[in-house]
Design a protein. Structure first.
Length: 245
């Protein structure tokens, strides 16, 4: 049996995205071992941001031919939280249901990721995207190479009829087949990290000249701090001189 010290130490950097989301997608991966690096990227015809984030990490792990100690670096809290908070294991245990009668999204990739992790000793690390992190920035570039590739793969596991939250779809008339990622209600899953968004009221401010509407509230992701301005929160200005008195 090999000693602990003989297990290789690998750094895996990954980034992914779709333009638009849902649309053409790609991921970029860097594997680093003893200062040597290998780069990979792939592109897909129709997919989502979260699927590309997941697929990048899975792809990187699947390149390793021997059991390794792997430090995974990604700017996707969706991926990190799904593993470190035990969401994916719980969903799998529950037959890939996030809640009763609510299907877990991207279950095919979560299953692949859990299987890939089981082959290694893996630790996940979050890095802030677009903040000058060298490998993360390079992976972003590689992901764009994939998106703009002339030869795009088919994301076979992607199910076009899935929504990102699988709830309120019957009552949300703006949640159309064309745009599955529209954020409209508190509790919807953030497009960037998958956390449930909450409703917040903006700071009071003076109405600008010729302004015809304002937002009574917006939706906010407490995890990655993304803001969503919605039609439901929009209010037409009737008497702009008295709105914020």
């Amino acid at each position: 049996m090999k000693e602990w010290t003989e297990i290789p130490d690998i750094e895996l950097f990954s980034d992914g995205g779709a333009e638009p989301n849902l649309g053409k997608g790609g991921f970029g991966v860097i594997l680093s071992y003893k200062g040597r690096q290998k780069e990979f990227f792939e592109g897909y015809k129709l997919t989502t941001n979260n699927r590309m984030e997941l697929m990048g990490v899975i792809f990187g792990l699947e390149q390793l031919k021997t059991k390794s100690k792997v430090q995974v670096y990604t700017d996707s809290k969706y991926v990190i939280n799904g593993i470190t908070k035990g969401w994916a294991k719980k969903w799998k245990k529950n037959g890939w249901e996030r809640k009763k009668n609510i299907k877990a999204i991207n279950s095919d990739l979560w299953d692949k990721l859990l299987n890939a992790i089981s082959e290694h000793i893996v630790e996940f690390n979050w890095v802030k995207g677009h903040s000058g992190h060298i490998e993360n920035e390079r992976c972003d570039t590689l992901a764009n190479y994939g998106i703009n590739s002339k030869e795009l793969n088919q994301d076979i596991g992607y199910e076009p009829n899935e929504t990102h939250n699988n709830q309120n779809s019957s009552t949300n008339s703006t949640f159309t087949k064309k745009n599955k990622t529209k954020i409209e209600n508190a509790g919807d899953a953030c497009r960037k990290c998958g956390e449930s968004v909450v409703k917040k009221a903006p700071k009071k401010r003076k109405i600008k000249t010729n302004q015809s509407y304002y937002f009574e509230y917006y939706l906010f992701c407490p995890s990655c701090k993304t803001m969503y301005m919605t039609e439901g929160g929009k209010r037409e200005i009737v008497n702009e001189n008295r709105l914020f008195e």
